[in-house]
Every structure is written in C-alpha cells, then in structure tokens.
Design a binder for this molecule. Sequence first.
Ligand code: NDP
Length: 297
Amino acid sequence: METDFSREKRILGVIGNPVSHSLSPLFQNYLIKKYKLNWSYLPFCVSKEHFDLFINGIRHLENITGFNVTVPFKEMIMPHCNKISFEAEKVGAVNTVTVKDGLLYGDNTDVYGIKMTLERCLSVFRLDDRPVLLVGAGGVAKAALFVLELMGAKKVIIVNRSVDRARALEKYVKENYSYQVSLFGLTRLNSIMAKKDIHLIINTTTVGLKGESLPLDYDILLKECKIFDMVYSKTKTPLVINAIKKGIRAVDGLHMLVYQGVKSFGIWTGIENVDADKVFEYLKKKIRKNNGKNTYN
Ligand code: NDP
C-alpha cells in the first residue's frame, strides 16, 4: 500500500501519558479508512512537564485537525481552549479538541458515551425515584453525575475509597444538580446495597483494570439491578463477568469508548451517521485476534 505524505494529509491523535494501551488509534483509523479520508490518527505520549509546550506547538500546525485527550490531561487542557462546550464546562474536563486557525475548541464526548451506553446497552432511558449507586469520584465520575442529571435522577449515592477526596464532588453536585446526593466510604458498599432499592450501579473507579474486583456481594443484588462498569480491558471485567453469572445485566466500558470516539470523529469530520455497533464489532474482532482465545466474546 502506498503511503501518502502529501500536505493534504490531516492528522488526528490522542494525547495522554501513558497512551500506548489506547484502543482509539485502532478504531479511529478503521473509520478513516472506511470513509476514505486522507487522514491518520496517532498516539502522542507527552510528559506533564512538556504538555503546555506541546499544545502550543500543535495549535500552529496547519494539518492537525483535532485530538482526543486522556489521562492525565483532561483538565489541564481546559485553559488552553479558546472555546469550551456546555458539556465540557459542566463536567470540568475536555476529551476532544478541534484545531482551527490556531484556535482550540474543547468538547466532552464521554457524556455522550455514557448516555448511549446506558440507553443502548442497558435500556436505561429515564431514571426514576430509586437511588443510583455511583462507585468512584475521579474525573469520569463527574461526567457520569452530569448524565444522571440529564436522565432525571432523583437520588444518587456516591461511594468512594477516599471520602475526603469525594467531598468536593458532593458539594459540586449539591450546588449544580437537582437530585439528592449522599456520600459514603467504599467499606459501606454492601450495607448500602442491602438497605437501598438500587437498580443501577455505575463503576467509575479503576478497579477491574488489572483483573481485580470491587468488594461487592453479588448475592444481595436485586435481579433487576443493572451494572455499568466503565473499566475496559482486553477481556471482560470481573464485575461484568460476576454480575452476568448471577443473571444481572451488565456492560463494561468498551461500548462507551466506541460511542465517545464515534462522537469525536463526527465533530472532526462532520460524518455523524457512523454505525457504532459495526465499530464495536471491529474492535472486538481485533482484540480477539491479537490475544488468542481468552478474550472478548
Ligand atoms: P481517576 O484517577 O480520576 O479516578 C480513579 C477512581 O478510582 C477514584 O475514585 C479512586 O478512588 C478509585 N480507585 C483507584 N484505585 C482504587 C482501589 N484500589 N480501590 C478502590 N477505588 C480505587 O480516573 P478516571 O475517573 O479518569 O477513570 C476511572 C476509570 O474509568 C478508569 O478505569 C478509566 O479507564 C475508565 N474510563 C473509561 C472510559 C471509557 O470510555 N470506557 C472513559 C474514561 C475513563 P480514590 O479517590 O479513593 O483514589
């Protein structure tokens, strides 16, 4: 295959540290090929120390169309943006940047990814009076809390390992959203599950990334409970595997990754009718092929 090095080639990418594990280049380049664009999507690993320099350089490169931003830069990118979308402002994080005439436009497509996963994968369209349990209080928890507001939640219980770290989040919710919120340490997870009528659990911690499990007693979960584990890896996460074994509907973060990526692709290219299911199938197939049998199915 001939490689195109012409000036017309547009560059997209993902900026993070680390970034080598990212699956975004895989499916974004699949989309680029599918739509016959003369573009490429590349991973960029940048140190915190050089982040500002890197962004100022990118701003003035004429063939950069945009980039995704991942850990640890989703907040650090905000002061660099000339304009920030409503969602990104609410969530306090940008994961998608568009570059135009030296200006940076910041968006947050995690919000879309979370909402689509709840709707399409778990058939959660509107939340009722029953409390939602949100585990974790890091960066992506803020995006989830915003989605819960959009979907009409009335009560949200946040459970986090460090209660002190989660206090600011609780305060933010109380000041900005209409639902009731309460906060507990992770050790209270099962006592809360046993007492409250919880029908939706969203895990926004990193627990599960390396095959670890949340200390959740699956026997006390209601049969109708649904679980959204934002963690994704090359195999299904322990939370999802254990929940499914108990007959509970559960989904991991791979769908969210695809939905947020498809939305970013739409922002950069104007192509908005991408079939996310096909992208998901492609990604699953690639993961399976790269890792032998013991992976996604
Ligand atoms: P942060 O580092 O901001 O937050 C991490 C969270 O995990 C905190 O609540 C932290 O608790 C908790 N945590 C970490 N280790 C443990 C542990 N051993 N036991 C209990 N809690 C723990 O990360 P993000 O919010 O940016 O990301 C969280 C997860 O969401 C990651 O796995 C990431 O891959 C995933 N994600 C998935 C996306 C997708 O598209 N599917 C998009 C974005 C994120 P504490 O406050 O006590 O430290």
